[in-house]
Design a protein around this ligand. Structure first.
Ligand SMILES: Nc1ncnc2c1ncn2[C@@H]1O[C@H](COP(=O)(O)OP(=O)(O)O)[C@@H](O)[C@H]1O
Ligand SMILES: [Mg+2]
Length: 311
């Protein structure tokens, strides 16, 4: 009995097991690979550690929960994050990876693309299109539950992202590869003017930030990115076909949010009680517009560098 168990143990731990796992993944569309979603932890992280972004918190937790409840979704989850620099877009996308996979953001099933790194030359768009298509296809064959993150969309050469159109729709199940279980996150600054305008109007009218609703933005962001040559979605068929599940607006951060960023980072460095540094760093940021000084122009981005300066 013991001998049988040891052989079984050796077999399960051997590299052969990995090969079988991979083979199983290839032929089975139920293979979930490293996928170990923990929605409760994701929600907790979003609501506790992301400041001033009630829309992003609500939309992301709602859409991810809804998507994962459905064992065979009709289409992939496609979210597009918009807002100015330093407002938490990359932070939220990392939280997603962290709470969906056993090995968090270092999971082999989280794929990140940065245009300046992966698609730097505008005259090679045709080549990039082929590469991106076969990369996505290959990875979805290996694991249907893959996440694809496209950061800095405003630097994406126009016309490139449309190669993903067939994957983002409802009808793509080919050779047992289920294209509908994937998650796509696009991240960019386009639409920031629209978002700023709404946030400013709300502030000037003396309304609570939390009164701003997601519906205020969906149409306006879609229109802006479709018409902008620097959004990655210029005249994109992905938008014409309405393949983006939700646009996720990231609001500009106020001084009190910057202060929370400083306090949290100070605590991580073991200097929780340094109210003087919180005051100095928040006071050293630039706030816009000139009249009112409501919003930090760099969000929380410069916080670590400024803490080094004042601590
Ligand atoms: N809303 C936020 N709440 C908490 N921390 C934030 C927020 N926005 C930005 N930060 C912090 O500021 C830094 C830059 O944020 P990041 O997510 O990279 O911004 P971007 O929107 O440009 O992607 C990170 O260290 C992040 O933790
Ligand atoms: Mg970013």
């Amino acid at each position: 009995m013991l001998a049988v168990l040891s052989v079984l143990f050796l077999y399960l731990c051997s590299p052969v097991c990995g090969v079988f796992q991979k083979l199983y993944c290839t032929i089975s569309d139920s293979c979930d690979c490293d996928f170990k979603p923990n929605i409760k932890d994701l929600e907790w992280d979003l609501y506790k550690n992301v400041y001033g972004q009630h829309l992003a918190q609500d939309i992301v937790s709602e859409e991810v929960a809804r998507f994962l409840q459905n064992k065979s979704p009709e289409r992939p989850l496609v979210l597009s994050f918009h807002g100015s620099s330093g407002t938490g877009k990359t932070l939220v996308s990392s939280m997603l990876g962290n709470h969906l996979y056993g090995s968090a953001m270092s999971s082999p099933y989280v794929h990140q693309f940065v245009p300046t790194l992966h698609f730097p030359l505008p005259d090679r768009v045709q080549e990039y299109r082929e590469e991106l298509k076969s990369w996505v296809q290959g990875n979805l064959t290996e694991c249907a539950r893959s996440v694809f993150l496209f950061d800095e969309m405003e630097k994406m050469p126009p016309g490139l992202i449309d190669v993903l159109e067939p994957f983002l729709g409802p009808s793509h199940v080919v050779f047992r590869t289920n294209y509908r279980k994937a998650i796509y996150i696009f991240i960019g600054t386009s639409g920031e003017e629209v978002i700023h305008r709404k946030a400013l109007e709300s502030r000037q009218a003396g309304r609570d930030r939390e009164e701003i609703t997601a519906e205020d933005f969906q149409e306006a962001i879609a229109r802006t990115v479709y018409n902008s040559t620097a959004s990655g979605f210029f005249q994109s068929s992905i938008l014409r076909q309405q393949l983006i599940t939700r646009f996720v607006p990231f609001l500009p951060l106020s001084r009190r949010h910057v202060e929370r960023c400083v306090r949290s980072q100070l605590c991580q460095r073991g200097s929780c009680g340094r109210g003087d540094v919180v005051e100095a760093v928040a006071g050293d940021m630039t706030y816009a517009p000139v009249q009112g000084h409501y919003f930090s122009t760099t969000g929380c981005k410069a916080v670590p560098a400024k803490i080094n300066l004042f601590l």
